[in-house]
Design a protein around this ligand. Structure first.
Ligand code: FMN
Length: 315
């Protein structure tokens, strides 16, 4: 199951019972891996009212209820960790967000405040601390949100990152923030958690960010210790509902760790094809699983029935 913000949290970011029930139902249906929605790593990271947090002591219990509901259903529990950066909600955080440079993502956001060089290590530490809370809450994996224009992704972009220090300029410099965050999370928690990372082409294609840069990023993430890569969307059309299969295939050619792909795979035959055709190892399902809690059970029944009849691609 792909991460999807539910906006059922309390104003302070604590998860309510509604979240445990929501994720538990999808786990009971036989979903293999559930990536719980983007969860903020600090107050200025918040992107939505009702979003979850993993930075206050009181967040731990609600997260533990979610992890427990997922594991009771037999699924692997993964928590996605996000810093909204320039796309944090000004209404929620009470002002503009933070970014690599004071360049707004689009006309919906004010220019973010430029992060000073000496704040970057602390921000990476926020991800590590949130991952630690995820482990304590019983999650078996975390996914660092390096996609969709949020903080870690905005460092990658040559248009949003105009820094003159060693976190801006070349692709090697622009990916330093993401790479160091993965490495530090893995070093601290690699024994207790799988550490994944979600990346996308969102916004990058039209910013002169080509396949070579994407490959460089994927290879660097694998070297930094990523256990799983999750690719969402095809950036050429710049929407995260589009399939990430093209980039998934690119990732499969570039790295040896498992590759998850999301985007319009809600017809289980599409999901099966994405795996069979080598575009990913794992298909992530978003909207279809949000609207149908038993999506996995139905997909499984169809697969078993097809195997019995030898029908590879039924109507
Ligand atoms: C309501 C909603 C909330 C979403 N929230 C997140 C999120 O928290 N983190 C994330 O990386 N992607 C998020 N996405 C994107 C999905 O994970 C997924 O990549 C996208 O919906 C495409 O998959 P689908 O076609 O199967 O829905 C969200 C999508 C929807 C529809």
């Amino acid at each position: 199951m792909a991460p999807m913000v539910q906006q059922t949290g309390l104003p302070d970011g604590t998860a309510t019972e509604a979240a445990a029930v929501f994720y538990g139902a999808r786990a009971q249906a036989g979903t293999g891996l559930i990536i719980v929605e983007a969860t903020a790593v600090e107050p200025d990271a918040r992107c939505w009212p009702g979003g979850l947090g993993a930075y206050l002591p009181q967040h731990r219990e609600g997260l533990a209820r979610i992890a427990s509901a997922i594991r009771a259903g037999g699924a692997c529990a993964c928590l996605q960790l996000v810093h909204g950066g320039p796309q944090a909600s000004p209404a929620v955080i009470g002002g503009p967000g933070w970014g690599p440079s004071a360049i707004p993502p689009n006309s919906n956001f004010p220019p973010p405040r430029e992060l000073p060089r000496d704040a970057l290590s602390d921000l990476q530490g926020r991800f590590v601390a949130a991952a630690e809370m995820a482990a304590e809450a019983g999650f078996q994996a975390v996914e660092l949100h390096g996609a969709h224009g949020y903080l870690l992704d905005s460092f990658l972009s040559p248009n949003r990152n105009r820094r003159a220090d060693d976190y801006g300029g070349s692709i090697e410099n622009r990916l330093r923030m993401l790479e160091e965050t993965v490495r530090r999370t893995r070093e601290r928690l690699g024994e207790r958690l799988l550490v994944g990372c979600r990346v996308s082409f969102f916004n990058h294609a039209h910013e002169g960010f080509g396949h070579d840069a994407f490959r460089t990023i994927l290879a660097a993430l694998e070297r930094a210790g990523c256990d799983l890569l999750h690719i969402s969307c095809d950036g050429w059309s710049r929407t995260w509902f589009d399939t990430g299969r093209t980039q998934g295939q690119l990732a499969k050619e570039t790295v040896r760790i498992p590759v998850i792909v999301a985007g319009s795979l809600g017809d289980s035959r599409e999901a099966e094809r994405a795996v069979a055709e080598g575009h990913c190892d794992v298909a992530a399902i978003g909207r279809a699983m949000k609207s149908a809690p038993d999506w996995a059970a139905r997909a499984h029944r169809r697969l078993v029935a097809n195997r019995r009849t030898g029908d590879a691609d039924p109507p």
